[in-house]
Design a protein around this ligand. Sequence first.
Ligand code: CP
Length: 310
Amino acid sequence: MQHFLDIHKTSTSDLRAIIDDARAVKEARAGRPKGMADDEQPLSGHMVALIFEKPSTRTRVSFDVGVRQMGGQTMVLSGSEMQLGHGETIADTARVLSRYVDMIMIRTFEENTLMEMAEHATVPVINGLTNRSHPCQIMADVLTFEEHRGPIKGKHVVWLGDGNNVCASFLHAAGQFGFDLTFAGPETLDPEAEAVGFARDQGVRIKLERDATKAVKGADLVVTDTWLSMHDPQSARERRHNQLRPYQVNDALMAHAKSDALFMHCLPAHRNEEATSQVMDGPNSVIFDEAENRLHAQKAIMRWCLNHTS
Ligand code: CP
């Protein structure tokens, strides 16, 4: 059994195996109703706990459906309704849950909660987002890019706006999958130095750019996210909007990227803030493929956690 905690903590060969397996898993059930079981049932008899300390649509539904398609059962738990939110140590919660379930997916605020859960659980733990990273999302994004444009190695990705947790996972992926990444945004919202350093240490080019137009030149993929993350205070909203307006992804900005540059957004989006509806619904947008691929990528991640990757 193995945990899936972060892209930079997983070997490049395992990451590649997960992406390839995700494609195979997706193709194997193409055209089937969503509620129909996969031919392979690696989670048969398995119970999976899905813990959410923050809201979710995609992560919750895609993990739930994915587990069921692979023959398992799920239990969705809200952090605030568990003893976890009322003083029981994370270590004790991890030990107790490991007696009841075969796998734990957790979406939480602090990375320490995830790490402590993984340290003390005796079943695989999957990172469903923390304030610092969102690896399942970026595995789905790599899968999506490669379905549309072939290998992501050597490509140029441009991230616009807030250098948040999703951006950090994109930086980890740049290092592990071998693509260059330019971040464009104000200096105060630069991605965390550790993620930038990790990617640079793997030999890929990471640029921090203040000018959105300059940044997107030659981009193969343009990515953005909401200007305020779930863990940011609402009081920061007006300042963020003023800071980030120059980094909105609109048709004028996309015109400076390669003509076949894809557009991604992990969703949920605030339409016509970080990206216009024209771009989101335009011909280069793959935002709903990304959302669908959460299902396939996470199924491959769960298979890998149980050593079932083909
Ligand atoms: N992209 C993403 O993680 O979506 P949810 O917050 O809806 O799970």
